[in-house]
Design a protein around this ligand. Structure first.
Ligand code: URA
Length: 232
């Protein structure tokens, strides 16, 4: 792959684009044993050897997949008996990939799959409060009172209440869009169960800036666009 030196170093986890530019300008980066101070220098990762502070960088190309997860597959990298979400990524480029976060076996919708550990960490870190939006259908009416409690925080048997959620209940009262910023085990199901409601359908619609492509059928994947990667 041919790419700019600063992009390669940033993608390799050596820092932000601007901090790796400073690193390059300081003269501590060499290409094929010669110091290179131009951040925009084009590098061929298959041929050129990049050294930072005397250490050779092994570059791993990053891949990003959007999967519309179907029901019936588990969010894991491998399993002896059950089909996993990675079994659905039938791409020759796939290597060392993993799902970012977890959806239950019966949950459908947006799942980001990548080999970019830094991005995954950023999206999942509790302190980042990344918003996850879901469409949910339950078996009984979400009353105004229940909605108010869900919006302020629910006791789901953990040490602390759930963080305030955004909840938009549809007409009929049994369907809603809910946005949560945490990722506790079975969180949404437990939030409704706390009021005696069962979740009968759950679909993730977005995660941070990444929105499920509605043209993507369940069970299908596509690469993220440059724009989607940049925004994440
Ligand atoms: N909350 C749940 O209960 N299940 C999911 O799969 C995701 C969020």
């Amino acid at each position: 792959m041919i790419s700019r030196l600063d992009k390669i170093l940033a993608d390799s986890g050596l820092g932000t684009r601007s901090s790796v530019r400073d690193l390059i300008k300081s003269g501590r980066v060499k290409i094929n044993h010669t110091p290179e101070k131009n951040p925009g220098r084009k590098v061929n990762t298959d041929k050129d050897e990049i050294e930072v502070n005397g250490e050779i960088i092994t570059f791993q190309e990053k891949v990003y997949y959007m999967l519309n997860k179907p029901a019936g597959v588990i969010t894991a990298t491998e399993d002896k008996k059950q089909k996993t979400v990675l079994d659905l990524i039938d791409d020759r480029k796939r290597r060392d990939i993993f799902p970012v976060g977890r959806l239950d076996k019966d949950t459908v919708g947006l799942l980001l799959i990548t080999n970019d550990g830094i991005l995954a960490h950023r999206l999942l870190a509790p302190g980042k409060h990344v918003e996850k939006k879901y469409f949910v259908r339950v078996d009984k009416e979400i009353t105004e009172e229940i909605a108010r409690d869900i919006r302020s925080g629910v006791d789901i048997g953990d040490e602390t209440l759930t963080a305030p959620a955004k909840l938009d209940v549809g007409t009929g009262g049994r369907e809603a869009e809910i946005i949560i910023t945490e990722g506790r085990y079975h969180q949404i199901k437990r939030m409704f169960e706390a009021f005696g409601l069962s979740v009968i359908y759950l679909k993730r619609l977005s995660m941070g800036s990444l929105i499920l492509d509605e043209n993507l059928e369940e069970g299908r994947w596509r690469y993220l666009t440059e724009d989607e990667i940049e925004k994440l």
